[in-house]
Ligand binder design. Structure first.
Ligand SMILES: *Cc1c(COP(=O)(O)O)cnc(C)c1O
Length: 396
């Protein structure tokens, strides 16, 4: 049996789609997993087909069965019209932007956006004569006042990078639709399993699949999905930028996706247990986790999200670098490094006081972002306690 439900049948639940989506065993000699097809040239059967470019696949860059499997599975999960595969999450952001924008346009971007998205706007888009205005992530329907005649795109990211503000997506989409403005969202934190932007009317959905879909810290890859209206523009931009992702990387992404729901459920539960522990900790000034009361946009999170993932932030009751260093260097289970969404726990310091422009970020303490992995949460808590003990000593 092939994986895709035939039309007319009741759509399958997410767990089932993740297992069966994008698979066509009958076309692969019965093998469960589609292999990584490698190749630039794809041969035509005869001259007439070649002249008419009549082939299921015409050139390696334009697609192969491995790529198509990922596109089909992800499109189904997002409830989108189609998906393009990009070489990284960052390139998924730039592809989404370039699909929607042209010279002379104005774009509204949340002040809580991923830093490289800000760099794209401030530098590359500026050179292309596209102007960016950053807005308060909590602006909601107030975004209407920032829309100009040449505003073409409103970009959201929810929860925001590092500071985890949950945005009022329905209110922003309503304001955008009233003025014919396209909307996009970086949905990396939630994935379509915890928040499905297409159900809220967003036009373009971006995911750094490097994170939860891959889940094992071994591949960089990005996915951009669009509704019927924006899909032609998205496919055109992706094709003209000549983006290509190796089938080996796509194979690993497909492998990761089969277990994504389980990992997200486990990592989300572990993170919540640890966040709750930290919320009452004397050496923690603040825990920023969308599922905890007091986190920015918590009420919106409760209204719109199906659950939380494994990434959140804390502000340590620490003043000096020495205290932060003592804390981090005495964690045995946490790696220190960028990216997240893998099966292993990570801790990195952050500070976004210097680059926010629409909103001031005034931390109560030193910011640490935690990616919670699949370790036992009690082991993680004990490990954090070792860090806190060292931090207290460093305070003297
Ligand atoms: C990591 C990340 C990206 C970029 O993904 P890469 O694969 O590292 O390029 C984009 N957006 C968000 C929110 C991210 O966390």
């Amino acid at each position: 049996m092939d994986g895709n439900p035939k039309s007319g049948k009741k759509p399958h639940k997410e767990e089932t789609r993740l297992v069966h989506g994008g698979r066509r065993p009958s076309e692969q000699y019965g093998f469960i997993n589609i292999p990584p097809y490698r190749g630039s040239t794809i041969l035509y059967a005869n001259a007439a087909d070649c002249l008419a470019m009549r082939n299921r696949f015409t050139y390696g860059r334009r697609g192969n069965p491995t790529m198509e499997a990922l596109q089909d599975l992800w499109t189904e999960l997002e409830g989108a019209a189609g998906t393009v595969v990009c070489p990284s999450g960052g390139s998924a952001v730039s592809t989404g932007f370039l699909a929607a924008l042209k010279a002379g346009d104005h774009v509204l971007v949340t002040d809580s956006t991923y830093r490289p998205t800000r760099n794209l706007c401030n530098n590359f888009l500026t050179r292309m004569n596209i102007e960016t205005t950053y807005y308060d992530p909590m602006i909601g329907g107030g975004i209407a006042e920032l829309i100009r005649p040449n505003t073409r795109l409103i970009h959201m990211e929810s929860p925001g990078s590092q500071t985890f503000e949950v945005q009022d997506v329905p209110a922003i989409v309503a304001a955008a639709k009233a003025r014919g403005v396209t909307t996009s969202i970086d949905n990396t934190w939630a994935t379509p399993l915890l928040f499905r932007p297409m159900d809220f009317g967003v036009d373009i959905v971006i995911n750094a699949a490097t994170k939860y879909p891959v889940g094992h810290s071994d591949v960089l890859i990005g996915l951009v999905s669009a509704n019927e209206k924006l899909l032609p523009d998205l496919q055109l931009a992706h094709g003209e930028l000549c983006l290509y992702v190796s089938s080996d990387d796509i194979y690993l992404t497909l492998r990761g996706l089969r277990t994504m729901k389980l990992r997200l459920r486990e990592q989300g539960a572990n993170a919540l247990k640890i966040a709750r522990h930290l919320a009452t900790h004397k050496q923690v000034k603040k825990v920023i986790h969308p599922a905890l009361p007091g986190s920015p946009g918590h009420e919106i999170f409760k209204r719109d999200f199906k659950g939380s993932s494994g990434l959140f932030a804390i502000e340590l009751d620490a003043r000096s670098d020495a205290e932060v260093i003592a804390f981090l260097d005495n964690l045995a289970l946490f790696g220190m490094g960028y990216s997240w969404g893998g099966y292993e726990s990570l801790a990195v310091p952050f500070d976004c006081t210097s680059f926010r422009t629409a909103t001031a970020y005034n931390p109560d303490g030193r910011g640490i972002r935690l990616n919670i992995g699949l370790e036992d949460p009690d082991d993680i808590i004990a490990d954090l306690e070792n860090g806190f003990a060292a931090m207290a000593k460093a305070k003297g």
